[in-house]
Design a protein around this ligand. Structure first.
Ligand code: UT7
Length: 323
């Protein structure tokens, strides 16, 4: 027997406003054609002016709780992966906790940028396996539209806003790779690569700042590091790429997604792709893709999933789980 963190609910929320690539043609020297062919993105959602990250997160969390048939009282902890919290403090997670009417347990944010959801899953799994929580709500939510430099065509066309959430519950498994739940994780970071992707502001430098990215440099690291971390997570679970039903990748660029799948020896039929509709939603992209993948009828109970993500830090990682 072995404890496992099993997904018992999933949900997402996207802001109402949908912005097609053509919008950017009005103000920037760019084109729908360039954005589609270089990134795979066709449209993205942007939050309304009065809509914050915790608003999006709360709606995704509510949808995940409904899917699980649970209420906030059933949850012991909330981990919210975000780099765009409403306020410097308190954490966006505690705001969600209050909005859900959850008065016990604990809540905190995890900040690992685009890899944030993978890091949050790893931490939630550790809390569950160490007996500190039985059910954890794991959320990824971002409003990256707030940190875009709208004059920088190399970044502002790539990102979007949104939120996704999972409910993880401790269940007993047999300790084999046939078990449902999180089977293995692999987390990494290397702070020497800070300059490749960062925001040039923050509390301690007394500004909000804008996202800066050397996209082609990040690209160079992405396929290699994502393939390796996915393979390590699978190996730790006693599995290989051949066992995978679905790669659910961070949705930054279709060419990175295709390159990683190819290196893993898997066809695109085994990949959940949402980048065309959401753009890069940072920590929200994986839970969004899991939720949409389930809604589309792609992801089914018992399927072996590997999620992988890379972003600012650089920070990257993967989780192997059986749905
Ligand atoms: O989620 C966090 C991790 N982030 C990522 O994974 C992003 C990784 N990187 C990427 O997705 C790609 O590198 C980009 C989509 C950002 C860029 O694609 P690329 O094929 O690497 O293009 P590039 O940066 O090498 O730029 C090629 C050209 C440049 O012009 P020159 O110097 O060749 O004349 C850019 O100035 O494309 C130009 N360019 C644009 N042209 C039209 C850059 N942005 C645009 C634009 N419209 N929006």
């Amino acid at each position: 027997m072995a404890g496992r963190s099993v997904v018992v609910g999933v949900g997402h929320y996207l802001p109402e406003r949908i912005v097609p690539n053509s919008e950017f043609e009005k103000t920037l020297d760019t084109s729908d054609e360039w954005i589609r062919t270089r990134s795979g993105i066709e449209r993205r959602h942007f939050a309304a002016d009065d809509e914050t990250t915790s608003d999006l997160a709360t709606k995704a969390a509510e949808a995940a709780l409904v899917d699980a048939g649970l209420t906030a009282d059933d949850i012991d902890a909330i981990i919210l992966a975000t780099s765009t919290a409403d306020l410097t403090f308190p954490s966006a997670a505690t705001m969600v906790q209050a909005r859900l009417g959850m008065t016990k347990g604990f809540a905190f944010d995890v900040q690992a940028v685009c890899a944030g959801f993978v890091f949050a899953l790893g931490n939630a799994n550790a809390l569950i396996l160490s007996g500190q929580a039985k059910r954890v709500l794991v959320i990824g939510a971002e409003t990256f539209s707030r940190i875009m430099d709208w004059t920088d065509r190399s970044t502002c066309v790539l990102f979007g806003d949104g939120a996704g959430a999972l409910v993880l519950e401790k269940q007993e498994g047999r300790g084999t790779s046939d078990d449902r739940g999180i089977l293995a994780t692999d987390l990494n970071s290397d702070g020497r690569y800070k300059d490749l992707l960062y925001v040039d502001g923050g509390v301690s430098t007394q500004s909000t700042g804008h996202l800066r990215m050397q996209g082609n440099q990040v690209f160079r690291h992405a396929v290699e590091k994502l393939t390796k971390t996915a393979e390590i997570a699978l190996e730790r679970a006693g599995l290989t790429c051949d066992d995978v039903d679905w790669i659910v990748p961070h949705q930054a660029n279709i060419r990175i997604i295709q390159g990683t799948a190819k290196k893993m020896g898997l066809p695109m039929e085994n990949v959940v792709v949402t980048v065309q509709d959401h753009g890069n939603t940072s920590a929200a992209s994986i839970p969004l893709a899991l939720s949409v993948g389930k809604q589309r009828g792609q992801i089914k109970p018992g399927d072996l999933i590997v999620t992988e993500a890379i972003g600012g830090g650089l920070a990257w990682g993967a989780v192997a789980l059986r749905w």
